[in-house]
Design a binder for this molecule. Structure first.
Ligand SMILES: [Mn+2]
Length: 347
């Protein structure tokens, strides 16, 4: 049997942390839709029998009916494929949720908090999901595989550590003897064993670096073959730039804008000792540069007879350090804060 396993699509997410830049929120929402379409097209072209969606398909707080219709219309395009959904903490099966009230296509099965077993010709599928925004307990211990001669798959959403999100003990889970455990919740992919997190289908931001996509699997004669296929055209990337040898704002902007032309989205982390106050207007940067994090330190050059405000400030501060009135750490903090204020004023 062949399957596709996805999770954590978070449709209609507001993309809060990146949405203030270049209409990226709307762009990413379009890309979420596109990503799901790619999954459906892959299933169509490869005659995949099963699709497992392991929670956080959408965000309950933001989801619109038009998006649900978009999802369900895609499901209609693969009538031969059986689709199993285990609701997660962002899309729990609550009263008035679209899981409860929408008229889903015939090939869609949505689990709730009660463990259910669905029998297919050669595969038994066990599943359960969230019925609220938290789930502290589950019935994992009570699940027992009924027919060891068949392929047995478990699908759900939750943690493999202590948490309020369906915590599961990894050893108990292993001992159950499933051929494949399809999980969701952790957005970073882990496909090192047969207990698999596919990761979020597309990255939601700079805390989700690297490639994102789906797991495609096949189980035959007790043998599992699986592979990861990227679906997200973009990667979120962090890049460091050292400013030690950069002497003007223009030079720095040029250096940042020199970044390779591609689909990826960048967070630039500035390091080193700055030679001038750094306060870049992000509008002057290329569109795919989303964030600048300034981790630079002040270069301390105190010349004799420097009677500028800065010079006097540093001289006084140095005296305090020498007299051991403040320690090194406090010194650095005060220096940074003071210089920030003074740099702003004489700009
Ligand atoms: Mn999630």
């Amino acid at each position: 049997m062949k399957f596709v396993h996805i999770a954590d699509i978070h449709l209609d997410s507001p993309f809060k942390t990146i949405s203030d830049r270049a209409d990226l929120g709307t762009k990413r929402r379009l890309e979420q839709r596109e990503a799901l379409k790619k999954v459906i097209n892959y299933i169509k072209e490869n005659n995949i029998e099963y699709l497992f969606i392991c929670g956080d398909l959408y965000e309950q707080e933001y989801i619109r009916e038009s998006t649900i219709k978009y999802i369900n219309d895609l499901f209609k395009e693969i009538p031969q494929t059986k689709i199993y959904i285990a609701p997660g903490n962002h899309d729990p099966y609550i009263k008035n949720s679209y899981y409860a009230i929408y008229n889903w296509n015939d090939n869609v099965k949505i689990f709730n908090q009660n463990v259910e077993k669905i029998e297919n010709e050669d595969v038994d599928i066990y599943g359960f999901g969230f019925n609220n925004f938290e789930m502290n307990e589950n019935q994992l211990e009570n699940i027992n595989i009924e027919n060891k001669n068949k392929i047995n798959i478990l699908i759900t959403h939750g943690d493999l550590t202590e948490s309020i999100y369906n915590p599961m003990n990894i050893n108990i889970l292993k001992n159950k003897g499933f051929d494949y455990v399809a999980l969701g919740h952790v957005h970073k992919r882990d496909d090192s064993t047969n207990i698999v997190y596919p990761g979020s289908l597309i990255s939601l931001g700079f805390d989700e670096l690297g490639q994102h996509g789906m797991i495609v699997g096949e189980i035959n004669n007790n043998n599992l073959i699986k592979k990861f296929i990227p679906v997200d055209d973009r990667e979120f990337i962090e890049k460091e730039i050292n400013v030690d040898n950069i002497f003007s704002e223009e030079e720095l902007i040029e250096k940042i804008n020199n970044i390779e032309e591609n689909n990826n989205l960048y967070k630039i982390i500035l390091t080193g000792n700055r030679n001038f106050p750094i306060n870049i207007n992000i509008k002057l940067l290329k569109n795919n540069i989303i964030k600048i994090k300034n981790n630079t330190k002040i270069k301390i050059e105190i010349r004799e007879n420097n009677y500028s405000l800065k010079g006097i400030f540093i001289k006084k501060l140095n005296e305090k350090k020498e007299n051991k009135e403040i320690n090194e750490e406090t010194y650095e903090k005060i220096l940074e804060l003071g210089m920030q204020v003074l740099e702003k004023n004489n700009k």
